[in-house]
Ligand binder design. Structure first.
Ligand code: PXG
Ligand code: PLP
Length: 441
């Protein structure tokens, strides 16, 4: 094959699709070709309601004018600037905007290109911070069962989703895991569950087992999203904060999903009133348009690196595209869109209607649990015996045929719409899902 003779543009074989049943997809492709506001347009001209904000990332909805304009204008002005030993104004401006909107005490911003890279960056900073403080024995990282922290080696090591780990060898050494927070007695809870704060006490056991002087950081999602929406029981995150602080362990919040208004506040840290030492973000930072992530850190963490001769690099870490000009311009336009439309407040306002609609699905065939917080919702289905994931995947296919996009993980349906969602969209989303569930085998 040469460039003079490309194969047909609709040849699907070359693209090895991520986290996709490739053979099933290529047999019956689901092709999206346009998007505007709350809707996608399919290749066969149908409108599909976006019940998932893309992959939890298009928080302001699609084709937002300010964002589209910023991308065009920046591409026209300067496409790229070297990220190392050089700078350009918009990356600094975006970092300052993020600092200003983050919880007090989050003072510095390291740019990445994805949530996975934000996780790797935060884990590396945590270990290097401890070393910079003269505590070089603190190298262990503690994650949590069922946690999702992206797909790179650090992230799958601290992560706790078995299929994301089991195929990939020995992973990082020196990692341990807290138990997940999903308890059967909390089924059908609206918002944060009552039971399970004690699960944070397991950190004391892990600390006693390894010795506090060996542990660098604990990383958790404030709300576990990708694994199927597991909520932190009341008081749980506060306890984790107390125990980490007591033992000199950094607390990393992976806010890739919970950041940028998903819970009706800027970040999960704000929503829960718990201050981490580092925060991982991505997705909503640029409304899912141009890849970008950011790690926010406290001054305490950042300042530990700012020693030694001033001409020397303080942190041996960074990406070719850290703070890329087009991504930075997009991030600024995105944050401005959130601000001028009051989208985080909007999410908080409409969340009760969302909760009501979601929980109206209780009692439908196969439904065994329903969970929600902010503009996140999950419906857990009883798996078909011997065919895990098949029932929820069929619901996904049926919803798509009926003009609604949901997302499934295992036999859990997860939904996380753009924050511009209206009541009529919520009715359409849950109405369609109810129809589908009634007819599902
Ligand atoms: N941390 C968290 C908490 C995430 O949710 C990542 C890190 C990785 O981000 P990147 O940008 O490298 O994908 C994520 C991503 C889903 C789904 O449907 C969730 C994610 C990505 C794709 C699909 O649940 N989360
Ligand atoms: N691999 C090679 C051979 C490289 O030269 C580089 C960057 O210069 C990378 C990987 C890392 O790429 P990135 O900075 O986009 O993560």
């Amino acid at each position: 094959m040469s460039l003079d003779h490309p194969s047909t543009p609709n040849d699907l074989s070359a693209f090895w699709m991520p986290f996709t049943a490739n053979r099933q997809f290529k047999d019956t492709p689901r092709m999206l070709v346009a998007a505007d506001g709350m809707y996608y347009t399919t290749a066969d001209g149908r409108q599909v309601l976006d019940g998932t904000a893309g992959l939890w990332c298009c928080n302001a909805g699609h084709k937002r004018p300010r964002i589209v304009e910023a991308i065009k204008a920046q591409a026209d002005e300067m496409d790229y600037a070297p990220a190392f030993q050089m700078g350009h104004p918009k990356a600094f401006e975006l970092a300052a905007r993020l600092r200003d909107m983050a919880p007090d005490g989050m003072e510095h911003v390291f740019f990445t290109n994805s949530g996975s890279e934000s996780v790797e960056t935060a884990l590396k900073i945590a270990i290097a911070y401890q070393r910079a403080k003269g505590q070089g024995t603190r190298t262990r990282l503690i994650g949590r069962e069922r946690g999702y922290h992206g797909v790179n080696f650090g992230g799958i090591s601290v992560g706790g989703i078995v299929n994301n780990r089991r195929h990939f060898g020995a992973l990082l050494a020196g990692v341990d895991h807290l138990p997940h927070t999903h308890l059967p007695e909390n089924a059908y809870t609206r918002g944060q569950p009552e039971h399970g704060a004690h699960l944070a006490d397991d950190l004391e056991r892990i600390v006693a087992l390894h010795g506090p002087e060996t542990i660098a950081a604990v990383i958790v999602e404030p709300v576990a999203g990708s694994t199927g929406v597991l909520l932190p029981p009341k008081g749980y995150l506060q306890k984790l904060r107390e125990i980490t602080r007591k033992h000199g362990i950094l607390l990393i919040f992976d806010e890739v999903i919970t950041g940028f208004g998903r819970l009706g506040a800027a970040f999960g840290a704000d929503f829960f009133g718990v201050q981490p030492d580092l925060m991982c973000t991505a997705k909503g930072l640029t409304n899912g348009t141009i890849p970008m992530g950011a790690v926010l850190t406290s001054s305490e963490v950042h300042d530990a690196f700012m020693h030694g001769p001033e001409h020397l690099i303080e942190l041996f870490h960074g990406y070719t595209y850290s703070g890329n000009p087009i991504a930075a311009a997009t991030g600024l336009a995105t944050l401005e869109t959130y601000r001028e439309e009051g989208l985080f407040e909007r999410a908080a306002e409409i969340a009760p209607y969302w909760e009501e609609g979601l929980h109206s699905l209780r009692g439908l065939p196969h439904v065994i649990d329903i969970r929600n917080l902010g503009l996140i919702g999950a419906v857990e289905l009883q798996p078909i015996e011997g065919q895990p994931t098949a029932r929820a995947f069929q619901a996904f296919l049926d919803c798509y045929e009926k003009g609604v996009m949901i997302r499934t993980t295992g036999d859990i349906i997860a939904m996380s719409p753009p924050l511009i969602i209206e009541r009529s969209h919520i009715d359409q989303l849950f109405g369609t899902l109810a129809d589908v569930l009634r007819k599902l085998a």
